[in-house]
Ligand binder design. Structure first.
Ligand SMILES: NC(=O)c1ccc[n+]([C@@H]2O[C@H](COP(=O)([O-])OP(=O)(O)OC[C@H]3O[C@@H](n4cnc5c(N)ncnc54)[C@H](O)[C@@H]3O)[C@@H](O)[C@H]2O)c1
Ligand SMILES: [Zn+2]
Ligand SMILES: [Zn+2]
Length: 387
């Protein structure tokens, strides 16, 4: 089959690899009909995620048709159309029984990303996301093996197109969890840092939950403009306005917003010094976006972080966070928990996540898809690939 593989920093290529086969009783084999490139894939593409090997198949946002199912698969059969969550969870362990699917203790035989190994077991395995997260081949391919098929994949009603439901695999639940973690409700004010796909799905979710004022910070005007038109955000371009938090404070009688959402993560564009330290790995993550979030949030407010972070951050004003009595909520998305409810909102026409798609390509052109999405060319917001 054809699949998109990692070939070292800034190099991916579509090549012919062996077809996957069923390996456990509760596996399914999926014929992929649509798959997307995630901002998380860009961290890998830029060579920033350890333990990715040349030849690894990437991709964790995908859907398709069941080709074959193991004997232990109870709720799916050949021919079913499903969307697969990016998190692989057993559904039975200590964490799964608390619906903390991204913390599943049984699916990841890799090292995990946590530095203090005594502090926790590795979280769940993820599709196509390095050997830290289990080394499971991803879905930017013609076929993919899906482990734990009784827990993850969700059946899609016939009337819905692939594009309408594809983002249930990751970014829609991720934006939704970010908005829920931010405790947004009718009348809330929120500032979303990052106008990429995750920031946009956070804005969609914020609107859905009744948020009133939504600020959005980025430095790509085309992304901010889209968010303004689609979700009525108040755009702030940090190339022009160097201190977005100050603008947000001024607009909220110096209180700050009820919540901020950091949909940027550890590669946040910061000062030259901070970027250099992060590149040299003397700093785990750039703290630029997170510092702005602390400054822009009102006392007693919430900072919700869907953006991915790694290791330590210097200059993290924890004292300010304490003084303001802030709440922090973050982490990988417990996708399985939210998929059924979000599918209903799509089916009833209340959520249209597909409007953010800007690029449709064949899987064979995935290499160009990575380059365009990474370099923010052609006003790229989100790339969907079809085999
Ligand atoms: N928690 C999860 O389970 C989960 C799931 C999916 C994605 N993610 C993470 O979410 C983050 C965003 O993903 P995406 O697909 O939207 O990626 P993206 O790269 O398309 O978007 C990130 C945006 O942040 C902007 N940005 C950079 N520095 C900034 C700064 N200092 N302030 C404000 N904006 C800044 C960029 O210009 C870009 O538009 C990534 O870190 C990704 O790994 C997490
Ligand atoms: Zn993702
Ligand atoms: Zn589990």
């Amino acid at each position: 089959m054809k699949a998109l593989t990692y070939q070292g920093s800034k190099r991916v290529k579509v090549e012919t690899v062996p077809d996957p086969v069923l390996a456990a009783d509760d596996d399914i084999l999926l014929r992929v009909t649509a798959t997307a490139i995630c901002g998380s894939d860009l961290h890998i593409f830029r060579g920033k995620i350890p333990m990715v090997k040349d030849g690894d198949i990437l991709g964790h946002e995908f859907m398709g048709v069941v080709e074959d199912a193991g004997r232990g698969v109870t709720n799916l059969r050949k021919g079913d159309r499903v969307v697969v969550p990016f998190v692989i969870a057993c559904g039975q362990c200590y964490y799964c029984s608390k619906s903390l699917f991204a913390a599943c203790e049984t699916t990841n035989d890799g090292r995990g990303a946590i530095l203090n190994k005594k502090a926790a077991t590795p979280g769940a395995a993820l599709f196509g996301y390095s050997h830290l997260y289990g080394g499971v081949p991803g879905g930017q391919a013609e076929f993919v093996r899906v482990p734990k098929a009784n827990v993850g994949p969700i059946k899609v009603p016939d009337g819905l197109s692939d594009e309408q439901v594809l983002f249930l695999s990751d970014i829609l639940p991720t934006g939704w969890q970010a908005a829920k973690n931010a405790q947004l409700g009718p009348g809330s004010s929120v500032a979303i840092f990052g106008a990429g796909p995750v920031g946009l799905m956070s804005a969609l979710s914020a609107r859905f939950l009744g948020a009133d004022k939504i600020f959005m910070v980025d430095h790509h005007d085309y992304r901010l403009k889209f968010a303004q038109e689609a979700y009525g955000v108040i755009p702030i371009n940090f190339d022009r306005d160097e201190d977005p938090a100050e603008i947000i404070l001024k607009a909220t009688q110096d209180h700050g917003v009820d919540a901020t959402i950091d949909a940027v993560g550890f590669e946040a564009k910061g000062s030259a010094v901070e970027t250099t330290l992060t590149t040299l790995k003397m700093e785990g993550s750039s703290g630029k976006a997170l510092r702005q979030c602390i400054a822009a949030t009102r006392r007693g407010g919430v900072i919700s972080v869907p953006g991915v972070y790694a290791g330590f951050i210097h200059g993290f004003l924890f004292g300010d966070a304490f003084d303001k009595g802030l709440i922090f909520k973050m982490g990988q998305t417990h996708a399985q928990l939210y998929m059924p409810e979000l599918l209903e909102h799509i089916a009833s026409g209340k959520m249209k996540p597909e409007v953010i798609i800007s690029h449709r390509m064949k899987l064979a052109d995935a290499e160009r898809g990575y380059q365009v999405f990474n370099d923010k060319e052609e006003d790229c917001r989100k790339v969907v690939l079809t085999p």
